[in-house]
Design a protein around this ligand. Structure first.
Ligand code: HH2
Length: 271
């Protein structure tokens, strides 16, 4: 029998008008809280709350507006649930407000590079930090990204960012790494990274994988033109992550992912 640590499920909750999959659905606070409750009931271990879309071409959001979208929502969820909460932001001021409202994780798609003070703020907040790889910036990142060695370059970037965070005072045990599927990557880069997740896992930090409903899945199945039609590919990616030993998967479809991961775990135990 092989014992595996259960892969944690991070449910995505975007309080934005323009996120690529759930944009506009949870801008209303009551709808967002209802979705949070639903994902917790479905078995989410973590909720990742975002107030600014990172999709190519998304409109930038001012700090105050972003805080107004996420902080009251985080406080409302925290008031009724012990679920772990994560703030998906690149802005230190937003992270600070979200942690004060009850979040425990700062999920930063820029790996603490957006503002010069980001790593110091993360250290001061004492929260967990997700460092994600992105090539370029959201507006332009999908314009012909080039790598000589995608896995090696992502790995080297993440190790360097983890070292920068630790130098600023973030405890090693609080750092997560994320390959940033879809952020400045072609289909081939995304597939190579998914196929070599074990190399990121071997670095010794918990790894977060976010492949849910992303557009590379459409390239493998032209019928999956709309984000909501990518459940099958999303589940397959989550299972590939589980196989490689990732710590958590960031997903839109919580109940389906929980079920798929439960089967993978049961099969591993039955060996
Ligand atoms: N992907 C998105 C946003 N944040 N954070 C991490 N750590 N990893 C990811 O892969 C990741 C992320 C993009 O997805 P989504 O939030 O659904 O869309 P949008 O950026 O349009 O709000």
């Amino acid at each position: 029998m092989t014992e595996r640590t259960p892969v944690r499920v991070m449910g995505i909750l975007n309080a934005t008008p323009d996120s690529f999959s759930d944009g506009g659905r949870f801008l209303d606070p009551a709808a967002a809280l209802a979705q949070a409750r639903r994902m917790v009931a479905e078995g989410a271990d973590i909720l990742d709350i975002g107030g600014e879309s990172t999709r190519p071409g998304a409109a930038p959001v001012e700090v105050e507006a972003e805080i107004a979208r996420v902080a009251p929502l985080i406080a409302a969820i925290r008031a009724e649930s012990p679920v772990t909460l994560s703030i998906d932001t690149m802005k230190p001021q937003v992270a600070r407000a979200a942690i004060a409202a009850g979040a425990e994780i700062w999920n930063d798609v820029t790996a603490l590079t957006w503002a010069p003070e980001a790593a110091d703020v993360a250290a001061e907040l004492g929260c967990q930090v997700v460092l994600m790889h992105m090539r370029g910036e959201p507006r332009t990142m999908q314009a012909a990204p080039v790598y000589q060695d995608a896995v090696g370059e992502v790995e080297a970037f993440l190790v360097a960012r983890a070292e920068a965070a630790m130098t600023a005072g973030v405890a090693r045990a609080r750092i997560w790494l994320d390959p940033g599927i879809g952020f400045g990557k072609t289909l081939a880069h995304n597939l190579t990274l998914l196929a070599h997740l074990d190399r990121l896992v071997a670095l010794g930090f918990p790894v977060l994988l976010g492949a849910s409903r992303k557009s590379f899945l459409k390239a493998l199945d032209p019928r999956a033109a709309s984000a909501a039609d990518r459940l099958g590919g999303s589940l397959a990616a989550a299972l590939a992550g589980a196989q490689a030993g990732v710590a958590a998967v960031r997903v839109h479809d919580v109940v389906e992912t929980v079920q798929a991961l439960a089967l993978a775990r049961a099969l591993a135990q039955a060996r």
